[in-house]
Design a protein around this ligand. Sequence first.
Ligand code: ZN
Length: 118
Amino acid sequence: MKNPSDEQKFRDDFPRKGQTRGEVIKAMIMVQNKPYFCPNCRSNRVKFSVISSTSQRFMKDAVTGEILSVEEPQTIQEPEATVQCQVCHFIGNEMRFIKQAEREPRTAMSQPSMQPAR
Ligand SMILES: [Zn+2]
């Protein structure tokens, strides 16, 4: 004999407190949310790399030169990001790319049709 009305009410809507964010993902480098324009080739506004330096501590054996221990690499915080143009591979301070974009701003040529729906 099965009773179909015998449904179990499961309350799983209790708030899950104390959820730990296992990993804190750090933004690698601080780059500004501003347009770039490569001052060298003047054809690239979209494809860039950000160049960062890391520091990684390690210990060596004084006699054999063997690496004994290695620590996690740490990103060296720099006041200004170093940016590379992916087209001409020019490397310069982020400011140079931003300044160039301010000098020669990209005009919005084609805007998506934003007609209000009535
Ligand atoms: Zn370039």
